[in-house]
Design a protein around this ligand. Structure first.
Ligand code: GDG
Length: 489
Protein backbone atom coordinates (compact mmCIF):
# COMPACT_ATOMS: atom_id res chain seq x y z
CA UNK A 1 0.00 0.00 0.00
CA UNK A 2 1.49 3.37 -0.96
CA UNK A 3 0.62 6.79 0.41
CA UNK A 4 -1.97 7.31 -2.26
CA UNK A 5 -3.93 4.17 -1.48
CA UNK A 6 -7.20 5.01 0.27
CA UNK A 7 -7.65 3.35 3.64
CA UNK A 8 -11.39 3.43 3.86
CA UNK A 9 -14.20 4.51 1.62
CA UNK A 10 -14.73 3.57 -2.05
CA UNK A 11 -17.71 4.88 -4.03
CA UNK A 12 -18.85 3.48 -7.39
CA UNK A 13 -21.26 5.49 -9.51
CA UNK A 14 -21.94 5.91 -13.19
CA UNK A 15 -21.86 9.72 -12.95
CA UNK A 16 -18.59 11.38 -11.92
CA UNK A 17 -18.49 14.25 -9.42
CA UNK A 18 -16.16 16.40 -11.57
CA UNK A 19 -16.19 16.55 -15.37
CA UNK A 20 -13.36 18.14 -17.34
CA UNK A 21 -14.55 19.57 -20.64
CA UNK A 22 -13.04 21.51 -23.52
CA UNK A 23 -14.76 24.89 -23.83
CA UNK A 24 -14.12 28.15 -25.67
CA UNK A 25 -12.08 29.23 -22.64
CA UNK A 26 -9.93 26.10 -22.51
CA UNK A 27 -10.43 23.14 -20.19
CA UNK A 28 -13.09 23.81 -17.54
CA UNK A 29 -14.30 21.75 -14.59
CA UNK A 30 -18.05 21.15 -14.45
CA UNK A 31 -20.20 19.83 -11.60
CA UNK A 32 -23.06 17.60 -12.81
CA UNK A 33 -26.66 18.39 -11.74
CA UNK A 34 -27.12 15.24 -9.70
CA UNK A 35 -28.73 14.63 -6.35
CA UNK A 36 -26.57 11.57 -5.86
CA UNK A 37 -23.33 13.49 -6.33
CA UNK A 38 -24.35 16.31 -4.01
CA UNK A 39 -25.33 13.79 -1.32
CA UNK A 40 -22.06 11.85 -1.41
CA UNK A 41 -19.50 14.55 -2.15
CA UNK A 42 -19.49 16.09 1.34
CA UNK A 43 -18.90 12.63 2.84
CA UNK A 44 -16.06 11.88 0.48
CA UNK A 45 -14.50 15.27 1.19
CA UNK A 46 -14.67 14.54 4.89
CA UNK A 47 -13.46 10.93 4.90
CA UNK A 48 -11.23 10.87 1.84
CA UNK A 49 -10.90 7.75 -0.30
CA UNK A 50 -11.56 6.71 -3.87
CA UNK A 51 -14.51 7.47 -6.18
CA UNK A 52 -14.80 5.31 -9.32
CA UNK A 53 -17.02 6.64 -12.14
CA UNK A 54 -17.41 6.80 -15.90
CA UNK A 55 -15.03 9.37 -17.41
CA UNK A 56 -17.53 11.25 -19.56
CA UNK A 57 -15.94 14.69 -20.17
CA UNK A 58 -14.24 15.68 -23.42
CA UNK A 59 -11.04 16.57 -21.51
CA UNK A 60 -11.23 13.87 -18.83
CA UNK A 61 -8.50 11.67 -20.29
CA UNK A 62 -6.01 14.56 -20.58
CA UNK A 63 -6.46 15.67 -16.99
CA UNK A 64 -5.73 12.41 -15.18
CA UNK A 65 -2.74 10.09 -14.90
CA UNK A 66 -2.22 6.90 -16.92
CA UNK A 67 -4.35 4.85 -14.53
CA UNK A 68 -7.23 7.32 -14.95
CA UNK A 69 -6.77 8.92 -11.52
CA UNK A 70 -7.08 12.60 -10.62
CA UNK A 71 -7.09 14.20 -7.18
CA UNK A 72 -10.24 16.27 -6.51
CA UNK A 73 -11.74 18.78 -5.72
CA UNK A 74 -9.37 20.40 -8.22
CA UNK A 75 -8.91 23.54 -6.09
CA UNK A 76 -8.23 21.65 -2.86
CA UNK A 77 -7.74 17.89 -3.38
CA UNK A 78 -9.24 15.72 -0.64
CA UNK A 79 -9.88 12.39 -2.38
CA UNK A 80 -9.09 10.50 -5.60
CA UNK A 81 -11.37 10.11 -8.62
CA UNK A 82 -10.65 7.13 -10.86
CA UNK A 83 -12.26 7.25 -14.30
CA UNK A 84 -13.52 4.19 -16.16
CA UNK A 85 -13.42 4.54 -19.96
CA UNK A 86 -16.24 3.29 -22.18
CA UNK A 87 -16.33 3.05 -25.99
CA UNK A 88 -19.26 4.75 -27.80
CA UNK A 89 -20.84 1.31 -28.37
CA UNK A 90 -20.49 0.39 -24.70
CA UNK A 91 -21.98 3.73 -23.72
CA UNK A 92 -24.91 3.14 -26.11
CA UNK A 93 -25.61 -0.42 -24.96
CA UNK A 94 -24.81 -0.22 -21.23
CA UNK A 95 -26.11 3.30 -20.50
CA UNK A 96 -28.62 4.40 -23.18
CA UNK A 97 -29.74 0.82 -23.79
CA UNK A 98 -29.97 -1.46 -20.78
CA UNK A 99 -29.90 1.24 -18.07
CA UNK A 100 -32.17 3.82 -19.67
CA UNK A 101 -34.34 1.92 -22.15
CA UNK A 102 -34.81 -1.27 -20.10
CA UNK A 103 -34.31 -0.73 -16.34
CA UNK A 104 -35.52 2.89 -16.07
CA UNK A 105 -38.98 2.30 -17.65
CA UNK A 106 -39.22 -1.13 -15.95
CA UNK A 107 -38.82 0.34 -12.46
CA UNK A 108 -41.02 3.42 -13.03
CA UNK A 109 -44.66 2.62 -13.54
CA UNK A 110 -45.01 5.30 -16.20
CA UNK A 111 -46.41 3.17 -19.04
CA UNK A 112 -43.33 3.20 -21.23
CA UNK A 113 -42.56 -0.28 -22.47
CA UNK A 114 -39.04 -1.34 -21.52
CA UNK A 115 -36.82 -2.48 -24.39
CA UNK A 116 -34.78 -5.57 -23.53
CA UNK A 117 -31.96 -6.31 -25.96
CA UNK A 118 -29.59 -9.24 -25.39
CA UNK A 119 -26.63 -7.16 -26.69
CA UNK A 120 -27.42 -4.37 -24.19
CA UNK A 121 -27.58 -6.86 -21.31
CA UNK A 122 -24.27 -8.48 -22.34
CA UNK A 123 -22.57 -5.09 -22.50
CA UNK A 124 -24.17 -4.01 -19.21
CA UNK A 125 -22.71 -7.14 -17.58
CA UNK A 126 -19.28 -6.58 -19.12
CA UNK A 127 -19.19 -2.90 -18.13
CA UNK A 128 -20.25 -3.72 -14.55
CA UNK A 129 -17.39 -6.20 -14.37
CA UNK A 130 -15.01 -3.56 -15.74
CA UNK A 131 -16.13 -1.11 -13.03
CA UNK A 132 -15.57 -3.74 -10.33
CA UNK A 133 -12.15 -4.67 -11.70
CA UNK A 134 -11.02 -1.07 -11.94
CA UNK A 135 -10.51 -1.33 -8.19
CA UNK A 136 -7.01 -2.78 -7.88
CA UNK A 137 -6.25 -5.61 -5.45
CA UNK A 138 -4.37 -3.19 -3.19
CA UNK A 139 -7.27 -0.72 -3.22
CA UNK A 140 -9.76 -3.50 -2.52
CA UNK A 141 -7.87 -4.87 0.45
CA UNK A 142 -7.53 -1.34 1.87
CA UNK A 143 -11.23 -0.55 1.42
CA UNK A 144 -13.33 -1.09 4.51
CA UNK A 145 -16.60 0.34 3.09
CA UNK A 146 -17.67 0.21 -0.54
CA UNK A 147 -20.74 2.18 -1.64
CA UNK A 148 -22.17 1.17 -5.03
CA UNK A 149 -24.68 3.62 -6.46
CA UNK A 150 -27.87 2.80 -8.28
CA UNK A 151 -29.30 0.69 -11.05
CA UNK A 152 -26.52 1.29 -13.58
CA UNK A 153 -24.16 -0.82 -11.48
CA UNK A 154 -26.43 -3.51 -10.00
CA UNK A 155 -23.98 -6.33 -10.77
CA UNK A 156 -20.91 -4.66 -9.27
CA UNK A 157 -21.57 -6.08 -5.74
CA UNK A 158 -21.47 -9.66 -7.07
CA UNK A 159 -18.26 -9.09 -9.03
CA UNK A 160 -16.61 -7.53 -5.99
CA UNK A 161 -17.94 -10.25 -3.69
CA UNK A 162 -16.12 -13.06 -5.47
CA UNK A 163 -12.82 -11.16 -5.18
CA UNK A 164 -13.47 -10.31 -1.52
CA UNK A 165 -14.27 -13.96 -0.70
CA UNK A 166 -11.26 -15.30 -2.60
CA UNK A 167 -8.89 -12.91 -0.85
CA UNK A 168 -10.70 -13.43 2.50
CA UNK A 169 -11.10 -9.70 3.04
CA UNK A 170 -13.44 -8.00 5.47
CA UNK A 171 -14.55 -5.15 3.15
CA UNK A 172 -18.29 -4.41 3.39
CA UNK A 173 -20.45 -3.49 0.38
CA UNK A 174 -23.62 -1.38 0.32
CA UNK A 175 -25.77 -0.87 -2.77
CA UNK A 176 -27.94 2.25 -2.65
CA UNK A 177 -30.97 2.07 -4.96
CA UNK A 178 -32.23 5.52 -5.94
CA UNK A 179 -35.32 4.55 -7.95
CA UNK A 180 -38.47 2.63 -6.96
CA UNK A 181 -38.64 -1.15 -6.65
CA UNK A 182 -41.80 -2.55 -8.20
CA UNK A 183 -44.03 -5.56 -7.35
CA UNK A 184 -42.55 -8.86 -8.51
CA UNK A 185 -45.36 -9.52 -11.01
CA UNK A 186 -44.06 -6.58 -13.04
CA UNK A 187 -40.38 -7.00 -12.22
CA UNK A 188 -40.28 -10.54 -13.57
CA UNK A 189 -40.90 -9.41 -17.17
CA UNK A 190 -37.19 -8.59 -17.24
CA UNK A 191 -35.53 -11.57 -19.00
CA UNK A 192 -32.56 -11.26 -16.64
CA UNK A 193 -34.57 -10.60 -13.46
CA UNK A 194 -32.86 -13.42 -11.51
CA UNK A 195 -29.34 -12.46 -12.62
CA UNK A 196 -29.91 -8.86 -11.58
CA UNK A 197 -31.12 -9.90 -8.11
CA UNK A 198 -28.17 -12.27 -7.70
CA UNK A 199 -25.82 -9.44 -8.70
CA UNK A 200 -27.30 -7.10 -6.12
CA UNK A 201 -27.18 -9.72 -3.37
CA UNK A 202 -23.38 -9.60 -3.48
CA UNK A 203 -23.88 -6.57 -1.18
CA UNK A 204 -24.11 -6.74 2.62
CA UNK A 205 -26.68 -3.96 2.66
CA UNK A 206 -29.18 -2.70 0.06
CA UNK A 207 -30.95 0.58 0.77
CA UNK A 208 -34.13 2.01 -0.75
CA UNK A 209 -35.72 5.42 -0.25
CA UNK A 210 -38.97 4.01 1.18
CA UNK A 211 -40.01 0.95 3.20
CA UNK A 212 -42.48 -0.16 0.51
CA UNK A 213 -39.71 -0.46 -2.11
CA UNK A 214 -37.81 -2.68 0.34
CA UNK A 215 -40.90 -4.85 0.85
CA UNK A 216 -41.30 -5.21 -2.93
CA UNK A 217 -37.63 -6.17 -3.22
CA UNK A 218 -37.90 -8.90 -0.56
CA UNK A 219 -40.96 -10.25 -2.35
CA UNK A 220 -39.08 -10.32 -5.69
CA UNK A 221 -36.24 -12.29 -4.09
CA UNK A 222 -38.71 -14.71 -2.47
CA UNK A 223 -40.59 -15.35 -5.72
CA UNK A 224 -37.65 -15.57 -8.10
CA UNK A 225 -34.66 -16.95 -6.21
CA UNK A 226 -33.94 -19.91 -4.01
CA UNK A 227 -33.34 -17.93 -0.87
CA UNK A 228 -34.64 -17.38 2.65
CA UNK A 229 -36.38 -14.17 3.69
CA UNK A 230 -36.51 -13.00 7.30
CA UNK A 231 -39.05 -10.16 7.34
CA UNK A 232 -38.43 -9.28 10.96
CA UNK A 233 -34.69 -8.78 10.44
CA UNK A 234 -35.26 -7.58 6.86
CA UNK A 235 -32.67 -9.95 5.42
CA UNK A 236 -32.28 -12.19 2.40
CA UNK A 237 -30.09 -15.26 2.80
CA UNK A 238 -28.79 -16.30 -0.60
CA UNK A 239 -26.00 -18.81 -1.23
CA UNK A 240 -25.22 -18.88 2.49
CA UNK A 241 -24.79 -15.11 2.89
CA UNK A 242 -27.06 -12.49 4.47
CA UNK A 243 -27.97 -9.21 2.79
CA UNK A 244 -29.78 -6.64 4.89
CA UNK A 245 -32.47 -4.49 3.28
CA UNK A 246 -33.13 -1.07 4.79
CA UNK A 247 -35.25 2.01 4.07
CA UNK A 248 -32.82 4.93 4.13
CA UNK A 249 -34.39 8.07 2.60
CA UNK A 250 -31.91 10.40 0.94
CA UNK A 251 -31.58 13.96 2.24
CA UNK A 252 -30.26 17.16 0.66
CA UNK A 253 -27.46 19.54 1.48
CA UNK A 254 -27.63 22.39 -1.06
CA UNK A 255 -25.23 25.34 -1.06
CA UNK A 256 -26.44 28.42 0.86
CA UNK A 257 -28.67 30.97 -0.88
CA UNK A 258 -28.37 34.73 -0.76
CA UNK A 259 -31.13 36.02 1.51
CA UNK A 260 -33.09 38.16 -0.95
CA UNK A 261 -36.58 39.52 -0.48
CA UNK A 262 -39.27 37.27 -2.06
CA UNK A 263 -41.14 39.94 -4.03
CA UNK A 264 -37.93 41.55 -5.37
CA UNK A 265 -36.82 38.10 -6.47
CA UNK A 266 -40.13 37.39 -8.15
CA UNK A 267 -39.93 40.62 -10.17
CA UNK A 268 -36.38 39.80 -11.25
CA UNK A 269 -37.42 36.29 -12.28
CA UNK A 270 -40.38 37.52 -14.33
CA UNK A 271 -38.07 39.95 -16.13
CA UNK A 272 -35.40 37.30 -16.70
CA UNK A 273 -37.87 34.86 -18.25
CA UNK A 274 -39.83 37.54 -20.12
CA UNK A 275 -43.18 37.00 -18.40
CA UNK A 276 -45.46 39.10 -16.24
CA UNK A 277 -47.93 37.93 -13.62
CA UNK A 278 -48.67 38.12 -9.90
CA UNK A 279 -48.53 34.47 -9.00
CA UNK A 280 -45.46 32.39 -9.77
CA UNK A 281 -45.89 28.61 -10.00
CA UNK A 282 -42.85 26.44 -10.68
CA UNK A 283 -41.80 23.03 -11.96
CA UNK A 284 -38.15 21.84 -12.00
CA UNK A 285 -37.30 18.52 -13.59
CA UNK A 286 -35.02 16.68 -15.88
CA UNK A 287 -37.11 16.41 -19.07
CA UNK A 288 -38.09 12.84 -18.24
CA UNK A 289 -41.36 11.05 -18.99
CA UNK A 290 -41.57 9.78 -15.39
CA UNK A 291 -41.96 13.31 -14.00
CA UNK A 292 -45.56 13.79 -15.21
CA UNK A 293 -44.97 17.10 -17.02
CA UNK A 294 -47.80 16.73 -19.61
CA UNK A 295 -50.22 15.75 -16.81
CA UNK A 296 -49.15 18.89 -14.94
CA UNK A 297 -49.77 21.09 -17.98
CA UNK A 298 -53.24 19.61 -18.50
CA UNK A 299 -54.07 20.22 -14.82
CA UNK A 300 -53.01 23.87 -15.20
CA UNK A 301 -55.19 24.15 -18.30
CA UNK A 302 -58.20 22.77 -16.41
CA UNK A 303 -57.49 25.04 -13.43
CA UNK A 304 -57.49 28.11 -15.73
CA UNK A 305 -60.56 26.88 -17.61
CA UNK A 306 -62.46 26.62 -14.36
CA UNK A 307 -60.98 29.73 -12.75
CA UNK A 308 -60.54 32.29 -15.56
CA UNK A 309 -60.10 35.06 -12.98
CA UNK A 310 -56.49 33.79 -12.68
CA UNK A 311 -55.74 34.35 -16.39
CA UNK A 312 -53.09 37.05 -16.74
CA UNK A 313 -52.29 36.78 -13.02
CA UNK A 314 -50.86 33.26 -12.96
CA UNK A 315 -47.64 32.13 -14.62
CA UNK A 316 -46.16 28.66 -14.48
CA UNK A 317 -42.43 28.43 -15.22
CA UNK A 318 -41.29 24.92 -16.07
CA UNK A 319 -37.52 24.35 -15.93
CA UNK A 320 -36.98 21.23 -18.02
CA UNK A 321 -33.30 20.35 -18.23
CA UNK A 322 -32.45 18.22 -21.27
CA UNK A 323 -31.49 14.68 -20.34
CA UNK A 324 -30.72 11.33 -22.08
CA UNK A 325 -31.10 13.03 -25.45
CA UNK A 326 -29.57 10.00 -27.20
CA UNK A 327 -32.69 7.98 -26.34
CA UNK A 328 -35.58 8.27 -28.85
CA UNK A 329 -38.30 8.21 -26.16
CA UNK A 330 -36.74 11.32 -24.58
CA UNK A 331 -36.55 13.25 -27.86
CA UNK A 332 -40.21 12.44 -28.61
CA UNK A 333 -41.18 13.39 -25.07
CA UNK A 334 -39.52 16.79 -25.41
CA UNK A 335 -41.54 17.49 -28.60
CA UNK A 336 -44.74 16.46 -26.83
CA UNK A 337 -44.12 18.85 -23.93
CA UNK A 338 -43.31 21.69 -26.34
CA UNK A 339 -46.41 21.20 -28.45
CA UNK A 340 -48.70 20.85 -25.41
CA UNK A 341 -47.30 24.13 -24.03
CA UNK A 342 -47.88 25.92 -27.34
CA UNK A 343 -51.41 24.58 -27.64
CA UNK A 344 -52.40 25.71 -24.15
CA UNK A 345 -50.82 29.14 -24.47
CA UNK A 346 -52.46 29.66 -27.86
CA UNK A 347 -55.84 28.49 -26.59
CA UNK A 348 -55.95 31.08 -23.82
CA UNK A 349 -54.65 33.79 -26.12
CA UNK A 350 -57.47 33.11 -28.59
CA UNK A 351 -60.02 32.91 -25.81
CA UNK A 352 -58.99 36.25 -24.36
CA UNK A 353 -59.15 38.05 -27.67
CA UNK A 354 -62.66 36.84 -28.42
CA UNK A 355 -65.34 39.49 -28.41
CA UNK A 356 -67.44 37.42 -26.01
CA UNK A 357 -64.69 37.10 -23.42
CA UNK A 358 -65.59 38.71 -20.15
CA UNK A 359 -61.93 39.27 -19.44
CA UNK A 360 -60.56 42.11 -21.48
CA UNK A 361 -56.80 41.87 -21.65
CA UNK A 362 -55.06 43.94 -24.28
CA UNK A 363 -53.22 41.58 -26.70
CA UNK A 364 -49.99 43.45 -26.03
CA UNK A 365 -50.39 42.74 -22.33
CA UNK A 366 -51.19 39.08 -22.81
CA UNK A 367 -48.74 36.87 -21.00
CA UNK A 368 -48.86 33.16 -21.81
CA UNK A 369 -49.65 31.18 -18.65
CA UNK A 370 -46.89 28.64 -19.29
CA UNK A 371 -43.21 29.44 -19.81
CA UNK A 372 -41.19 26.39 -20.80
CA UNK A 373 -37.42 26.72 -20.25
CA UNK A 374 -35.48 23.94 -21.95
CA UNK A 375 -32.11 24.88 -20.47
CA UNK A 376 -30.05 23.76 -17.54
CA UNK A 377 -29.97 26.42 -14.78
CA UNK A 378 -27.24 27.24 -12.32
CA UNK A 379 -27.92 26.26 -8.72
CA UNK A 380 -28.13 29.93 -7.80
CA UNK A 381 -30.84 30.50 -10.39
CA UNK A 382 -32.76 27.41 -9.23
CA UNK A 383 -32.50 28.52 -5.62
CA UNK A 384 -33.94 31.93 -6.49
CA UNK A 385 -36.80 30.34 -8.41
CA UNK A 386 -37.61 28.09 -5.46
CA UNK A 387 -37.51 30.94 -3.03
CA UNK A 388 -39.70 33.22 -5.13
CA UNK A 389 -42.31 30.64 -6.23
CA UNK A 390 -45.74 30.76 -4.59
CA UNK A 391 -46.36 27.21 -5.67
CA UNK A 392 -44.13 24.30 -6.71
CA UNK A 393 -45.70 21.37 -8.57
CA UNK A 394 -44.07 17.92 -8.43
CA UNK A 395 -46.31 15.52 -10.37
CA UNK A 396 -44.10 12.45 -10.86
CA UNK A 397 -45.93 9.38 -12.14
CA UNK A 398 -43.48 7.37 -10.05
CA UNK A 399 -40.27 8.58 -8.39
CA UNK A 400 -37.75 7.00 -6.00
CA UNK A 401 -37.64 10.13 -3.83
CA UNK A 402 -37.71 13.43 -5.76
CA UNK A 403 -35.21 15.94 -4.46
CA UNK A 404 -36.92 18.94 -6.05
CA UNK A 405 -39.73 18.66 -3.48
CA UNK A 406 -37.16 18.76 -0.68
CA UNK A 407 -35.15 21.58 -2.29
CA UNK A 408 -38.26 23.77 -2.57
CA UNK A 409 -39.08 23.24 1.10
CA UNK A 410 -35.45 23.82 2.10
CA UNK A 411 -35.13 27.03 0.01
CA UNK A 412 -38.36 28.46 1.41
CA UNK A 413 -36.94 28.56 4.93
CA UNK A 414 -39.51 30.56 6.90
CA UNK A 415 -41.22 31.97 3.79
CA UNK A 416 -44.65 30.82 2.66
CA UNK A 417 -45.26 28.70 -0.37
CA UNK A 418 -47.33 25.68 -1.33
CA UNK A 419 -45.93 22.34 -2.42
CA UNK A 420 -48.16 20.18 -4.60
CA UNK A 421 -46.66 16.72 -4.45
CA UNK A 422 -47.50 13.48 -6.22
CA UNK A 423 -48.51 10.60 -3.96
CA UNK A 424 -46.29 8.43 -6.13
CA UNK A 425 -43.02 10.20 -5.29
CA UNK A 426 -41.02 8.70 -2.40
CA UNK A 427 -40.82 12.20 -0.89
CA UNK A 428 -44.57 12.08 -0.13
CA UNK A 429 -43.83 9.62 2.72
CA UNK A 430 -41.70 12.24 4.46
CA UNK A 431 -43.73 15.31 3.49
CA UNK A 432 -47.37 14.50 4.33
CA UNK A 433 -48.05 18.22 4.94
CA UNK A 434 -47.67 18.92 1.22
CA UNK A 435 -50.83 19.11 -0.90
CA UNK A 436 -50.70 15.46 -1.95
CA UNK A 437 -52.41 14.38 -5.16
CA UNK A 438 -52.74 11.74 -7.84
CA UNK A 439 -51.23 13.17 -11.05
CA UNK A 440 -53.38 10.83 -13.15
CA UNK A 441 -56.49 12.53 -11.74
CA UNK A 442 -56.62 15.76 -13.72
CA UNK A 443 -59.72 17.06 -11.98
CA UNK A 444 -58.22 16.56 -8.52
CA UNK A 445 -54.91 18.12 -9.62
CA UNK A 446 -56.65 21.22 -11.02
CA UNK A 447 -58.79 21.56 -7.90
CA UNK A 448 -55.74 21.30 -5.67
CA UNK A 449 -53.94 24.11 -7.54
CA UNK A 450 -56.92 26.31 -6.68
CA UNK A 451 -57.00 25.08 -3.07
CA UNK A 452 -53.29 25.77 -2.59
CA UNK A 453 -53.46 29.23 -4.15
CA UNK A 454 -56.40 30.26 -1.99
CA UNK A 455 -55.21 28.69 1.29
CA UNK A 456 -54.73 31.06 4.22
CA UNK A 457 -51.24 32.33 5.01
CA UNK A 458 -51.39 30.70 8.43
CA UNK A 459 -52.23 27.28 6.93
CA UNK A 460 -49.37 27.58 4.45
CA UNK A 461 -46.99 28.66 7.21
CA UNK A 462 -47.95 25.69 9.40
CA UNK A 463 -47.48 23.19 6.59
CA UNK A 464 -44.16 24.66 5.42
CA UNK A 465 -42.75 24.93 8.92
CA UNK A 466 -43.26 21.22 9.62
CA UNK A 467 -41.81 20.16 6.27
CA UNK A 468 -38.86 22.51 6.56
CA UNK A 469 -38.02 21.15 9.97
CA UNK A 470 -37.93 17.58 8.66
CA UNK A 471 -35.92 18.37 5.52
CA UNK A 472 -33.26 20.35 7.34
CA UNK A 473 -33.01 17.85 10.21
CA UNK A 474 -31.98 14.95 7.97
CA UNK A 475 -29.54 16.17 5.34
CA UNK A 476 -27.45 14.36 2.72
CA UNK A 477 -24.61 13.77 5.11
CA UNK A 478 -26.97 12.13 7.64
CA UNK A 479 -28.19 9.83 4.86
CA UNK A 480 -24.67 8.74 3.89
CA UNK A 481 -23.55 8.35 7.49
CA UNK A 482 -26.64 6.28 8.25
CA UNK A 483 -25.65 3.91 5.43
CA UNK A 484 -22.03 3.72 6.57
CA UNK A 485 -23.03 2.90 10.13
CA UNK A 486 -25.65 0.33 9.01
CA UNK A 487 -22.97 -1.47 6.99
CA UNK A 488 -21.00 -2.33 10.05
CA UNK A 489 -23.94 -2.90 12.41
C1 GDG B 1 -32.90 10.06 -9.06
C2 GDG B 1 -34.27 9.46 -8.73
C3 GDG B 1 -34.08 10.45 -6.44
C4 GDG B 1 -32.78 19.70 -12.19
N1 GDG B 1 -32.69 20.62 -13.16
C5 GDG B 1 -31.57 21.33 -12.89
C6 GDG B 1 -30.96 20.81 -11.74
N2 GDG B 1 -31.72 19.81 -11.35
C7 GDG B 1 -31.43 19.02 -10.13
C8 GDG B 1 -32.48 19.24 -9.06
C9 GDG B 1 -32.32 17.97 -8.24
C10 GDG B 1 -31.88 16.94 -9.28
O1 GDG B 1 -31.47 17.65 -10.45
C11 GDG B 1 -33.04 16.06 -9.70
O2 GDG B 1 -33.25 15.15 -8.65
P1 GDG B 1 -34.60 14.31 -8.54
O3 GDG B 1 -34.59 13.61 -7.24
O4 GDG B 1 -35.75 15.24 -8.68
O5 GDG B 1 -34.66 13.32 -9.78
P2 GDG B 1 -33.64 12.31 -10.57
O6 GDG B 1 -32.63 13.06 -11.32
O7 GDG B 1 -34.57 11.47 -11.38
O8 GDG B 1 -32.90 11.44 -9.44
C12 GDG B 1 -34.97 10.32 -7.68
C13 GDG B 1 -32.66 10.88 -6.83
O9 GDG B 1 -32.11 10.02 -7.83
C14 GDG B 1 -31.71 10.85 -5.61
O10 GDG B 1 -31.76 9.61 -5.01
O11 GDG B 1 -34.64 11.44 -5.61
O12 GDG B 1 -36.20 9.73 -7.32
O13 GDG B 1 -35.08 9.36 -9.90
O14 GDG B 1 -31.27 18.08 -7.30
O15 GDG B 1 -32.19 20.42 -8.37
N3 GDG B 1 -29.84 21.30 -11.18
C15 GDG B 1 -29.27 22.37 -11.82
N4 GDG B 1 -29.78 22.91 -12.96
C16 GDG B 1 -30.93 22.44 -13.51
O16 GDG B 1 -31.40 22.95 -14.53
N5 GDG B 1 -28.15 22.91 -11.29
Amino acid sequence: MNDQTPRNLVIFSNREPYIHAHTRHGIEVQRPASGLVSALEPVMRKLGGLWIAHGSGSADAETCDTSGVIAVPPEDPLYRLKRVWLSPTEQRQYYDGFSNEALWPLFHLAHHQPIFRRTDWDTYTRVNERFANSLSDAELSAASSILVQDFHLALVPQFLRSRISQAQLSSRIALTWHIPWIPSEIYKICPWAKDLLAGMLGADLITFHTASYGINFLESCERLLECRIDRERQTVTFKGRDTKVKATPIGIDPPPLANKNQSTLKGAIFRKFGVSAEILALGVDRLDYTKGIPQRLLAIEEFLDKNPQFLGKFCFIQIASPTRTEVTAYRNFSLRVQSETQRINQKFKTQLSMETSELKVHPLLYCPPIRLVLENQTWESLGELYRAADLCIVSSLHDGMNLVAKEYVWAKGNLNGALLLSKFAGASHELPEAFLFNPYDQEESARLIYTALTASQSELRERMKKMNHRVTARDARAWAEDILSSMTA
